[in-house]
Write a protein that binds this ligand. Structure first.
Ligand SMILES: [Zn+2]
Length: 464
């Protein structure tokens, strides 16, 4: 067979829809911008991603503890974090075609196109950006005209209200990041778990951002799931842990099957005012290298801010030295949906087979595969009962599919497209000798096994 993979986002979106991986959100109503729903196959892959992440960063990590904090938090949290005042994008509307754009993106794209260096929109005021766009007559990327409204700050936090009155004091927010749930529980976790610095708090949870820019499928969505780990350490250890977590983040991605040659580190050009160090790991998506996860040295900024705004003492008392200090934080943050996209892009293959046919394969790491195996009766009439019983038994241990419709070749193709690593065929040999054949998704080679060896064989191949 020959690898003839030509991945485009359109092909991936189509495969995801046809094979129950990801659907457009609210599709029967025409969808809703930048929202997507995980289907029966996709939710399994996503859950497997979350399980591997949790295993690596909580279960197998010394002094790491998980939390699951509320999405709705006291609004003072967002005053302390700075989100209520500064979490917004500079937007302008095109008066000609009524589309909305980020001023900083317009400038970035213009500069990249015209080889203008040393312009960093993040460091410009709205007025400076406005003047730059006017001076260079930067055109609307949709209609090509230059007729924009003035820049307005567009808030990225979703607001909602609790209670029944339309009083401003009732305003609360859907959290724009999960990190604050870890910071506000620093004392609770430290005391209840008798944790000693350095220790970590991890969380997987939904976050919400009112993004209006096009999302590239599930790369950027208004509702997304974050996987975050905050490592609380002594100030003098911050560089050590920053470098350790850079490596740990990289190793994790490789451990779930991402090709290392599609990954690269990228230091941040501009640091947040409180950050000492920050970098991303980028993945080579079909639309180019883009951020997959971030590692940040946030210093003691977050806990200091919460001490200031809550009035609670956030200091840690070192039981050995009796030193009191507010710990530094090394943050590792990765978007689960974005990682899902990287996993799908990384696994997608088109192969030209020796018989001239082309097959699509999702060559997922077995640990991420939605179904670890499928059971296929060769002939429905004679083999279905035995096959069904086998599938029932295997389902006690892992997700196991069953398919009796269509030719065996068609059934293999369907399973290839959702990444099922092993196809178990029940035939006359099974009835006569108690053996089944197991086909490997990647090599398409088959082996014969006793039926009672199948479970352990597959569990061993899928362990993480
Ligand atoms: Zn326009």
């Amino acid at each position: 067979m020959e690898d003839v993979t030509k991945l485009t986002m359109d092909k991936l979106v189509a495969l995801c829809k046809n094979r129950g991986i990801i659907f457009q959100g609210s599709e029967i109503y025409g969808g809703m911008g930048n929202t997507w729903d995980y289907g029966p196959v996709g939710v399994e892959i996503k859950n497997n991603i979350k399980k591997t992440w949790w295993k690596r960063f909580v279960q197998e990590s010394d002094n790491s503890f998980g939390v699951d904090a509320a999405i709705l938090m006291n609004p003072r949290v967002w005053d302390a974090s700075g989100h209520t005042t500064s979490f917004s994008d500079p937007k302008m509307d095109c008066r000609e075609c009524k589309t909305r754009h980020r001023a900083d993106n317009l400038i970035e794209n213009y500069c990249a196109h015209h080889h203008i260096e040393n312009i960093i929109p993040d460091k410009m005021t709205n007025e400076e950006m406005q003047n730059f766009i006017e001076k260079h007559k930067i055109a609307c990327p949709v209609c090509g005209k230059h007729n924009f409204t003035p820049i307005r700050q567009f808030k990225l936090m979703f607001e909602t209200r609790r209670g029944v009155t339309e009083d401003d004091t009732d305003k609360i927010y859907l959290r724009p990041e999960t990190a604050q749930g870890e910071f506000v529980n620093f004392l609770n976790v430290q005391r209840s778990m008798r944790a000693k610095v350095p220790f970590g708090i991890a969380q997987i949870g939904k976050a919400f951002r009112n993004e209006i820019t096009p999302g590239n499928f599930i790369f950027r969505t208004i509702e997304f799931e974050q996987m975050e780990h905050q490592l609380f350490c002594k100030e003098c250890d911050d560089d050590k842990f920053y470098n350790e977590y850079k490596q740990k983040a990289w190793d994790y991605l490789v451990s779930i099957g991402i090709d290392a040659d599609k990954l690269r580190f990228k230091d941040h050009d501009k640091l947040a005012h409180y950050a000492k160090n920050a970098c991303d790991i980028q993945f080579l998506f079909p639309f180019g290298f883009s951020e997959l996860n971030g590692i940040h040295n946030r210093t003691n900024y977050d806990l200091s801010r919460h001490q200031e705004f809550s009035g609670k003492n956030m200091q840690y008392l070192d039981p050995v030295t009796n030193e009191k200090y507010i710990p530094y934080v090394v943050e590792y943050s990765i978007g689960c949906d974005r990682l899902m996209l990287a996993v799908l892009c990384n696994a997608y293959r088109e192969e030209k087979l020796d018989d001239g046919e082309t097959r699509i394969v999702l060559a997922l790491s077995p640990v991420l595969a939605p179904y670890k195996a499928c059971v296929l009766p060769l002939v429905k009439k004679t083999h279905a009962e035995t096959a069904h019983n086998l599938q029932k038994e295997l389902s006690k241990y892992f997700m196991c599919d069953y398919d009796e419709s269509g030719s065996i070749g068609k059934r293999y193709r369907r399973e290839d497209e959702i990444g099922t690593p092993f196809a178990i065929t029940v035939d006359d040999e099974t009835l006569n000798n108690g053996t089944v054949t197991i086909r490997d998704r990647n090599t398409m080679e088959q082996i014969t096994l006793k039926i009672d060896q199948v479970k352990d064989y597959i569990l061993d191949k899928c362990k993480y």
